[in-house]
Design a protein. Structure first.
Length: 447
């Protein structure tokens, strides 16, 4: 099948653009119909061998992905035909060790692997052996691939693990990113990257030194509806975006949790949820702020906020003249939205915009006397699966991730400027950067 695939692609290389896609689609359907059953069978047996023998994947590329088509049952007026994903055989997918089995891992990341096309969970790292054993049983992970924080470095001897996904409290990210890189593994790290720009820089340096990739898990930048908003902004669909408003607020509970301890979290609502405002504003515009202005507010005597701030209101000023006005708070009911105001007849945004699910784009534009208000939604996909698969593709094809460590470091520099502005009651200037997408790597493929 791989040989047939190569033949098909080299014949198609003689063509270009649409005709190339059409050629592969039509010829591929015939070949796939004849071979896909055999391919799947051999993939399963290779997968079984790989797991039994504990070997890592052999030579592979994204061209090994299998696509299966069935005839469409719907009229063209029903919208675009269903696109079935191209999926790598299991033995060729990138194998992950997931570090930290808390709310995000159990609620989102482990379930997301079932929607992944290039990635699979092969190992778990936890301080709670009993919990890890149960999760391993749930997801078919070999019990020999369950590690503790103490024997974590032994992952270096396990070729099934190619990448490590760090899902620990923020202050622990640096230690586990560095240990993972030193064990010879690529690293996907949750946001915020660290608790300071110094830590973030050390994490980048350690991964560079070890020759390993580092990506920060900014899921919003991989989500199709948010990417659509980014395109509206960059292509000036309704004119130039001059103002962005962004809100990310939620009412935090248990006063004893690590998110409210400065040493573990690095700060309060800003690094946890205000980071979405910062990072998404930068992503939408592609620009970097040259100045910030900020104020914090904390309700006196609220036992939750002994160490960290409750709310931050901040403005980011961009070289194009755009201003983003953002609010994050741990003290009011959940709301996550943003809106981009442009100068030629329209505004657009998302409400909710930063949530895991239920995203809702909004567009308002004028046509003469008519004001159109629309909710033009692209079918949602699992954001965590998109982000994990992008990293796997970068590992498999040796590419720089779209959101590498440098993207996370820049957010830390901005957060430090925001805290300084709030402390001094003065605007704080940042390095002037005039290029676009300065810290981003290879853009994710649209599926
Ligand atoms: P959590 O508290 O639910 O889980 C943290 C895990 O770390 C737990 O299993 C806990 O046992 C373990 N741990 C190890 N040492 C610990 C210590 N000293 N103190 C506390 N816990 C310790 O947290 P979470 O919500 O899963 O968040 C984990 C990371 O994921 C954080 O960096 C957070 O910012 C990030 N996160 C990202 C998103 C997103 O949308 N990308 C959403 C939620 C959380």
């Amino acid at each position: 099948m791989k040989y047939l695939n190569q033949l098909l692609h080299s014949a198609a290389d003689q063509l270009s653009g649409y005709s190339r896609r059409e050629f592969i689609g039509n010829a591929g359907k015939t070949l796939l119909a004849a071979t896909v059953i055999g391919e799947l069978a051999s993939a399963e047996s290779a997968s079984a061998q790989s797991t039994a023998g504990g070997r890592g994947p052999g030579p592979r590329s994204m061209a090994d992905a299998i696509k299966v088509e069935v005839p469409t049952q719907h009229a063209p007026s029903e919208g675009a035909a269903t696109s079935y994903p191209s999926i790598l055989p299991k033995d060729k997918r990138a194998g992950y060790a997931i570090v930290g089995l808390g709310e995000l891992t159990l609620g989102e990341i482990m379930p997301a692997f079932s929607a992944c096309k290039n990635s699979k969970p092969v190992a778990l790292v936890s301080g709670d052996a009993d919990k890890a054993r149960k999760v391993a049983m749930q997801y078919g992970i070999d019990p020999k691939n369950v590690y503790s924080y103490q024997n974590f470095d032994d992952i270096k001897n396990n070729p099934e693990i190619e990448a490590v996904y760090i899902v620990l409290p923020n202050s622990m990210h640096e230690e586990y990113v560095v240990r993972a890189a030193n064990a010879g593994k690529h690293v996907l790290c949750e946001k915020p990257m660290a608790t300071s720009s110094k830590e973030a820089q050390r994490m980048i340096d350690a991964c560079k030194k070890a020759g390993k990739k580092l990506m920060i898990a900014y899921r919003i930048q991989y989500e199709p509806n948010n990417r659509q908003m980014m395109e509206y902004t960059r292509k000036q669909k309704f004119g130039k975006v001059k103002v962005i408003t962004a809100v990310n607020v939620q009412n935090i509970g248990n006063p004893n949790q690590w998110r409210l301890k400065k040493a573990l979290a690095g700060g309060g609502s800003l690094p946890d949820i205000g980071l979405y405002n910062i990072n998404t504003n930068r992503f939408l515009l592609g620009e970097e702020p040259y100045m910030v202005n900020a104020h914090t507010y904390t309700t006196p005597n609220d036992i939750r906020f002994k160490e960290v701030e409750e709310a931050v209101m901040f403005q980011m000023f961009f070289p194009s003249g755009a201003i983003a006005n953002s609010t994050c708070s741990y003290g009011v009911h959940d709301s996550k939205h943003y809106r981009c105001y442009a100068d030629n007849g329209g505004w657009f945004g998302m409400d909710p915009g930063y949530s895991y699910k239920g995203l809702m784009p909004e567009v308002s534009h004028a046509e003469g006397r008519v004001q159109n208000k629309m909710q033009p939604k692209i079918q949602e996909k699992n954001q965590f699966a998109l982000e994990i698969d992008h990293f796997s593709e970068c590992v498999i094809e040796n590419k720089t991730p779209y959101t590498p460590g440098e993207e996370g470091l820049q957010d830390h520099k901005i957060m430090e400027a925001i805290y300084e502005s709030a402390r001094t009651h003065k605007p704080v200037e940042l390095a002037r950067i005039s290029t676009v997408d300065t810290f981003r790597g290879t853009p994710p493929k649209e599926d």
